[in-house]
Design a protein around this ligand. Sequence first.
Ligand SMILES: *[C@@H]1O[C@H](CO)[C@@H](O)[C@H](O)[C@H]1NC(C)=O
Length: 345
Amino acid sequence: AKLCRVVALQELSLRPLEILKMSLYRNTVWFLKGLQEYTKGGYEAAARSFSEADLEVNVSGRSFIITGANSGIGRAAACEIAKRGGTVHLVCRNEDRANEARKDIVERCKNENVHVHLVDMSSPRKVWEFASGFSQKHNLHVLINNAGCMVNQRELTEDGLEKNFATNTLGRKVDSWTYVLTTALIPTLKKSENPRVITVSSGGMLVQKLNVEELQFEKGSFDGTMAYAQNKRQQVIMTEQWAAQHKEIHFSSMHPGWADTPAVQSSMPDFHAKMKNKLRTEAQGADTVVWLAISDAASRQPSGLFFQDRKAVSTHLLLASSRSSPAEDQKLMSKLEELAVKFKC
Ligand SMILES: *[C@@H]1O[C@H](CO)[C@@H](O)[C@H](O)[C@H]1NC(C)=O
């Protein structure tokens, strides 16, 4: 606690040059860590200590929602769950791509219990509507918040919300709706046995400290990658806060590593080109998602933690001054709640 206070004091006294140095420090430390751990080589090294038996589970009778399931990590996770007998609900926005993904999963993963839900993202109201309609018809054991987006300019949605924030954190417009969807499904999850919520965050969040005063990036110049990382930091904090509030549900957030997915290709083309040979496969990126969603080993871990390659890891880099205070974390939740109820039907 004393160390925390010292670090907090240091943070308060940072001047612009020091802030710049800190950001350079965080980015450099993070990138070196990534080369070591987030690559295909990093996965293979970590996988040596994985237990095969952890994923030898039959999840028939259990129901899973996966957002952004039509490609990449979401689709790979959906397939692994389908293979093991789970009922899979794909939540997507594009009808053709969703149906194509369903067909592929049914054939390749040998399970007919794969359902497509198309949700109009034009309003968080639709997310609430989807969740309440879903809850009337189906039960739910596991929610996987996978979908995300990265835009490289500050764009506003029709409601005047900044796009990365609206999508990744609040849940609007494109296909990640972490806060609204999770909040809306919590009552349904609580009725199930061994319910879980897994949120696919990113190691990129390690370079960001929560900035609760600037949720929508109104000031200064806009950097899409940093905005994305800030949203991913928010998801990690939401997970911790939910875990404290809802003891009946097992929450976790995770980092898939650097995987070769369509999303990485299109939103970070330079990174993708440079790193192509070192990137993980989609299945390697999805491994920890699947492990968190189905294994007994995962449910024995405390709720609210951040995982990388089946291990709970620190949510901060060493000496990076990225810790927010409990008051700031609670303020994030109350601000999100305030925004979310505005759209509730
Ligand atoms: C899972 O168990 C059920 C019966 O409990 C069985 O019908 C089904 O074939 C099993 N599925 C897999 C993928 O092993």
